[in-house]
Design a protein around this ligand. Sequence first.
Ligand code: ATP
Ligand code: MG
Length: 379
Amino acid sequence: MSILVLGSGQLARMMALAGYPLGISVQAVDVADNRIVDPVTKQIINNSLDRQIEEVNAITAEFEHIPEDLLELVHTSGKLKPSAEAILTGADRLREKKLLEKLAIANCPFEIVTEVEQLDAAVAKLGEKLIIKASRDGYDGYGQWRLQNKSELPALKDTLSQLDLHKVPLVVEKMLNFERELSLVAVRGSDGDIAYYPLAENLHYQGQLHVSIAPAPHVDDALNQQAQEIFNKLAKSLNYVGVLAVEFFQIGQQLLVNEIAPRVHNSGHWTMQGADTCQFENHLRAVKGLPLGSTKVTSPTAMINIIGCKAFSRDMLSIPGCHLHWYGKSPRKKRKMGHFNLCASDYAELGKTMHALAEYLPIENFPMLKDEAQRLMKL
Ligand code: ATP
Ligand code: MG
């Protein structure tokens, strides 16, 4: 059994590692040059893309920004899961917004901008605090600009006038004052069966995910149900197969969709230690048409991204419940180098474990850890 993943980064790597025990071998396409690589060793596999597509049982993607010709090629093979339509929807904020509107799913108020002059009307409609997002090729907060007040508008227009907004329009969103960010990671099998992980609470710093806590504290049945109904609508309408992540902003008891990710997701990495079956295994199961695995939580877990850090000592592994996943990438500022999963018997213990971990780590790379540890200890 073999599966080809479009993209050869850490998500393909973690899919490959999850596939081993099941006897599923995972290869990856480096989308920069269409070469086939082993996503764990990064060794080049001497096979052409066409032959590899022919030989594998199924094809999936680790990210949504797939070059058009490659997506078309794998689409025509009939082996791609989730579908090209689902991947294109996740890759393009305009398509995404259209789908949310069509399905009457609450989301952040927005305007589409294809000429910088339209920004004045957007400010008049949405207010002066805005987040401006390129409709394609953004991730981890890249391809985003913020407007804090009207006086910054001329400078922002200058910056944005350098872009071809007809080719890549902007989605201009009202900057929301939400209480917190949550995400739902769930998996839909080829028979339409769905298994949900619990909502995770996500802490961002400078537009980038730093910490996820799962299950999210203070989630009642109604909130869970709201999230799952939104997931069902989206997954059904896309005839979705595989893991799909939905990012939310919570305001009171209302969830607004921020965006969707048609793939395994960073806010689901906690499942590697905190759930019966991790998101990577469940994605492979779905794509292969196998029965889905239990998503039962085995312990409250915190996922902590290691961002922009060079290699460091592994001494923190003496902390009970501390697990390290190191991706083996060369360091760069803001690059995700790996993550920790911390497991504990309850939130208070999790807070203590997080506090202990923080002692081993440079605060500049982990700016949220100590405060979050304090918060958990008080839950
Ligand atoms: P990622 O790849 O991490 O998911 P992204 O580049 O796809 O990020 P978004 O998820 O749209 O971009 O935005 C990144 C973060 O910026 C959000 O998680 C949130 O913290 C903040 N953000 C985005 N949109 C808004 C908004 N309308 N109001 C307030 N904050 C926002
Ligand atoms: Mg996001």
